[in-house]
Design a protein around this ligand. Structure first.
Ligand SMILES: Nc1nc2[nH]c(SCCc3ccc(S(N)(=O)=O)cc3)nc2c(=O)[nH]1
Length: 279
């Protein structure tokens, strides 16, 4: 199924890799004071060369316990990077933000996918997304990045996440956003214990069985660390295993730090899934 990203289209009947470019201090060795558009562009060049179809730009860390960032600062971080990447690379740029004003500035600068871990629940976010008329990824999060991992609790995590996403889709449609512009994401690591994450992965078909494409972000996350007891630097194999399990169940976008290896893994999945049974 083709999805249009402000003129660039992706065939989401096949899986794609979303490469990650963080323009946040905790992701730069120099303490982030001087993180720059050309460092972001350099990283984006590599990710595109490695096979990324989408580049996800984030100016505010949403990892558990992270500090919120003001809207002016977040815009100051992401806009130069988006402008530089958009000027040089023919790749879909997504903006990873919860703020309406950042969505507007980012799309103005060249982003054509809104990736909102808060599923447009922020002040003015629904309205902004409707006006900007670009595809939107709705992700489930319980609580906020500051609180979500304190005591995640569900009676039935798969059902509750599915119900939340269904409600957010309805809110989008009520705001005039067409279903054809919506991507769903269960939000691995956003207010979930390790078991909650494993259950969501085991039952991912609940989400991929819908007519909407599903995005999965498990790269180097605690679903791997908690299961294998390995550090962040030792999570590549686990990330590739889970990317394959997600694609096998129908996920169409895999958010990854390790694009080259992830492209190889999902390409193998595709070939196994598509091999003819006759000839
Ligand atoms: N659509 C979408 N966007 C995303 N943006 C991010 S940033 C990752 C923040 C983080 C880091 C680490 C853990 S943990 N404690 O599970 O290792 C949780 C969250 N992720 C995702 C994701 O999945 N989807």
């Amino acid at each position: 199924m083709m999805m249009d990203f402000a003129g660039k289209s992706l065939d989401l009947s096949a899986p794609h890799v979303m490469g990650i470019v963080n323009v946040t201090p905790d992701s730069f060795s120099d303490g982030g004071r001087f993180f720059s558009a050309d460092k972001a562009l350099e990283q984006a060049r590599k990710l595109v060369a490695d096979g990324a179809s989408i580049i996800d730009i984030g100016g505010e860390s949403t990892r558990p316990g992270s500090e919120p960032v003001g809207v002016e600062e977040e815009i100051r971080r992401v806009v130069p990077a988006i402008e530089a990447i958009s000027a040089e690379l023919d790749v879909v740029i997504s903006i990873d933000t919860m703020k309406a004003e950042v969505m507007r500035a980012a799309v103005e600068a060249g982003a054509s996918l809104i990736n909102d871990v808060n599923a447009l629940r922020g002040e003015g976010a629904l309205q902004a997304a409707a006006e900007l008329n670009v595809p939107i990824c709705l992700m489930h999060m319980q609580g906020t990045p500051q609180t979500m991992q304190q005591q995640p609790h569900y009676d039935d995590v798969v059902n509750e996440v599915n119900t939340f996403l269904t409600e957010r889709i309805a809110a989008c449609e009520a705001a005039g956003i067409s279903r054809s512009k919506i991507i769903l994401d269960p939000g691995f690591g956003f207010g979930k214990t390790a078991r909650h994450n494993l259950r969501l992965m085991k039952h991912l078909a609940v989400f991929t069985d819908s007519d909407l494409p599903v995005l999965v972000g498990v790269s180097r996350k605690s679903i791997i660390g908690a299961t294998l007891n390995v550090s962040v630097e030792e999570r590549l194999a686990g990330s590739l295993a889970l990317a394959s399990i997600a694609v096998w169940q129908g996920a169409k976008i895999i958010r990854s730090h390790d694009v080259r290896e992830t492209v190889q893994a999902i390409r193998l999945c595709e070939h196994v899934m598509q091999v003819s049974d006759f000839d």
